[in-house]
Write a protein that binds this ligand. Structure first.
Ligand SMILES: [Zn+2]
Length: 267
């Protein structure tokens, strides 16, 4: 005979099951919430991008750089695009001796080859020497090229004054275990870009990757690290064309470089 009006054994079991299931879902939800909170707490890097000057499409490059880097690093950016499109500007931004305060890393993607004011140049290098890390891209290497002092070149880790023609250059890793290069394929070929001729690697610098001149077969560092005073520096001479800034290998290398110099690269 069936019981009516009471709780049968099976319906009690059913209620317990539903209760346990509900508990399980609450547990799962709390796990998801705490993972999300942990990710939120993961610190962003505060980055300053200094850009502008001659010969390149800095507006596009800045946008592509910010979007590309976001795939590998959480970054809060401030972009200073000043100095027009000439080769000899001095920007007022550096007048404040604390211009880099609050930033974990400064990315230099500017191009002012004919600015020679030594006091001005030292306003920049002094801050890096004291410990502000930097990533230096392409024409940063020809910036202050006409200056007599070597402070900027010591900061970069390389001296370069000219470049070869545009081509698609194969990149050979020479420090393949270096964490900045993780994810770079062994057979990476750049989009159309310029090969900068490296006259001198400063003793504090270490080449990570090289490319060969199509003119004379000489190899030149195209990615390197440097120690300048208390600061770590990562540099690459590639970055002429917009296509390079759209290249996922280039984007990843810059993101990992930014994390590495600021001591936040985890893998
Ligand atoms: Zn260029």
């Amino acid at each position: 005979m069936a019981l009516t009006g009471g709780f049968g054994v099976s319906s009690v079991r059913h209620m317990i099951m539903r209760f346990l299931l509900r508990l399980f879902f609450i547990f799962l939800l709390s796990v998801f919430v705490s993972i999300a909170q942990a990710e939120d707490k993961q610190e962003s890097i505060r980055a300053l991008l200094v850009t502008g000057g001659c010969c390149h499409n800095y507006k596009y490059q800045s946008k592509a750089l910010i979007e590309g880097v976001a795939k590998d690093a959480k970054v809060d950016w401030k972009v200073v695009n000043e100095g027009g499109r000439g080769t000899r500007a001095k920007i007022a931004f550096y007048d404040d001796p604390n211009w880099a305060k609050g930033f974990d890393v400064v990315v230099h993607n500017e191009c002012f080859a004919n600015t020679v004011d030594e006091k001005y140049i030292r306003k920049i290098t002094k801050v890096h020497k004291a410990g502000v890390p930097a990533v230096v891209i392409h024409c940063a290497m020809h910036t202050y090229r006409a200056a007599k002092i070597d402070d900027w070149r010591k900061f970069l880790g390389v001296t370069s004054r000219r470049h070869d023609h545009q081509s698609r250059y194969p990149v050979k890793k020479v420090a393949s275990k270096h964490p900045i290069l993780k994810g770079m394929p062994d057979n990476w070929i750049t989009p159309k870009d310029e090969l900068y001729i490296i006259e001198k690697m400063w003793p504090s610098a270490q080449a990570l990757a090289k490319s060969k001149s199509e003119r004379d077969g000489k190899e030149h560092a195209v990615a390197w690290t440097n120690q300048y005073g208390k600061a770590k520096i990562f540099g690459t001479t590639y970055g002429h064309s917009d296509a390079t800034f759209d290249d996922p290998v280039f984007q990843k290398m810059i993101a990992r470089g930014m994390l590495w110099v600021s001591g936040k690269l985890k893998d």
